[in-house]
Ligand binder design. Structure first.
Ligand SMILES: [Zn+2]
Length: 146
């Protein structure tokens, strides 16, 4: 994950300044709700960030409309990345909260073209708690969603 951490207050964060045009960015696409631009820490050619235009720190702070717009923009950008750079793989990544490896606390997603042995590591230990535990988790989530 990137080492840069933006500690500026909400509304004055680096992405708000970027959306406002106060700092330069290599813009790729924008609509009413989202802005897509090149990541300064570009890991592979075509690595693009999709951010909400409105300041909202996390997935829990954006509206359903912003969530839909962010995914639609990510898909458009991914299609363009595929057409231009033709990577053999692509990872769509959203980090939420400090423990989720979020470094800029303004909602964004990464569209990351992927290549074999590109140095990116996304791994976690398989814990396999068993069907009974999984069914218990699912039951709790179904209740929360009802
Ligand atoms: Zn912001």
């Amino acid at each position: 994950m990137p080492m840069f951490v933006d500690t500026t207050p909400p509304g004055q964060c680096i992405f708000c300044k970027l959306v406002a045009g106060d700092i330069p960015a290599a813009r790729v696409y924008e609509d009413d709700l989202t802005l897509a631009f090149m990541d300064l820490g570009q890991v592979n050619p075509g690595h693009v960030l999709v951010a909400t235009k409105r300041h909202a720190a996390t997935l829990f702070d954006i509206t359903p409309e912003e969530a839909a717009a962010a995914m639609q923009t990510a898909q458009k950008v991914a299609q363009a990345v595929q057409a231009v750079f033709d990577p053999p793989g692509l990872t769509l990544l959203h980090a939420n909260g400090k423990e989720g490896d979020q470094t800029v606390f303004h909602f964004h997603m990464h569209v990351v073209p992927r290549h074999g042995n590109d140095g990116i590591a996304l791994s976690w230990p398989r814990k396999e708690p068993g069907a009974e535990v999984l069914n218990g988790y699912a039951e709790r989530l179904r209740a929360a969603l009802a």
